[in-house]
Design a protein around this ligand. Structure first.
Ligand code: GLU
Length: 306
């Protein structure tokens, strides 16, 4: 079976499943998204991009954006970033404040909300939110080689109006001296970053800079090879919050999810994969998105574990 046939088959199988998970509702704009959407795209190093389902419909990438902000932060701050955020899985929900108190305002990793706020705060220092968001957008647009990617202001405003929990995390870090900007400024920038929207086709293309591999000159080189390896390691261990172990077990590839129902998955040296199904599981990760990439990994044999 060709890769295109495999993707078509997965899309048909997902459409037939009655339980599609629950669409996130704590950001009101996301609650309006039709849970029946499904899309999957695979970008290959030879330049091919294959898709099935609604691969031309834009969705809110939410926490998938944390991969791109981390890439910018590592480029700008290097290892200094690790003074402000850890590199261990949290085993707790994405928006938990518990661990932050135990660990004196240093978030466990850059992918839980507190950690992503610290990363955004770090790249914001000395800059205006507009500049930082512009830089992030340009990074993603050049990674995807597509300028038609944007921030959805309605989604950003919707999250700002219901952002108490993230503000609480930011204030808590400020109390521990681990925030350089006003909590509202850091959170506002973070909410806009999360409100980036694109199609699975664009996201799969944007993820190619993480595919790595020495013999793949067609892939965009936006960060160092060691940063590629490190970001992939963090995606594998921390990319799905308290569902990260389960995702690694089932899929065997690094991935980063978002509450908009998107997941960016990297098959190192082989492919960048984006999947979107808005219904989430109990850990806030796309329920059918996870199942779809699990099936794709089974069919292709792609795994970092041999
Ligand atoms: N903007 C969301 C939040 O901070 C992102 C969470 C996610 O996508 O997992 O709650």
């Amino acid at each position: 079976m060709s890769l295109q046939q495999t993707l078509d088959q997965i899309a048909r199988q997902m459409a037939a499943l009655p339980d599609k998970g629950t669409v996130a509702s704590y950001i009101p704009e996301l609650a309006n998204v039709d849970p029946e959407h499904f899309a999957i795209s695979v970008a290959l190093p030879d330049g091919q991009i294959l898709s099935a389902g609604d691969a031309e419909t834009r969705f809110s990438i939410q926490s998938v954006s944390k991969v791109f902000s981390l890439a910018l932060a590592l480029g700008r701050l290097g290892d200094q970033l690790w003074q402000r955020v850890g590199r261990e899985p949290s085993g707790l929900p994405f928006n938990s404040i518990l661990q932050l108190e135990h660990e004196q305002g240093i978030p466990r990793n850059p992918f839980i909300n507190a950690g992503a706020l610290a990363v955004t705060d770090a790249i914001l220092e000395g800059h205006q939110p507009r500049e930082v968001l512009g830089e992030l957008l340009r990074f993603i647009q050049s990674a995807a080689e597509d300028s038609d990617i944007r921030i959805n202001e309605h989604v950003a405003r919707s999250e700002t109006a219901h952002g108490d929990r993230n503000l609480a995390l930011a204030h808590f870090m400020a109390a521990h001296g681990n925030l350089r900007n006003a909590p509202a400024l850091t959170c506002g920038t973070y909410f806009h970053q999360c409100a980036l929207e694109m199609t699975t086709r664009q996201l799969a293309l944007a993820g190619r800079f993480l595919v790595g591999g020495p013999n793949l000159p067609t892939l965009p080189r936006l960060i160092s090879a060691s940063s590629v390896r490190r970001i992939n390691a963090l995606m594998l261990t921390c990319g799905h919050y308290d569902g990260s172990g389960d995702f690694a077990y089932r899929v065997g590839l690094p991935g980063k999810s978002g509450v908009g129902g998107g997941i960016l998955v990297i098959a190192p040296g082989r492919a960048s994969i984006a999947v979107w199904s808005p219904g989430l599981n109990a850990q806030g990760n796309s329920q059918l998105g996870t199942l779809a990439v699990e099936r794709l990994a089974q069919k292709t044999g792609w795994s970092i574990f041999g």
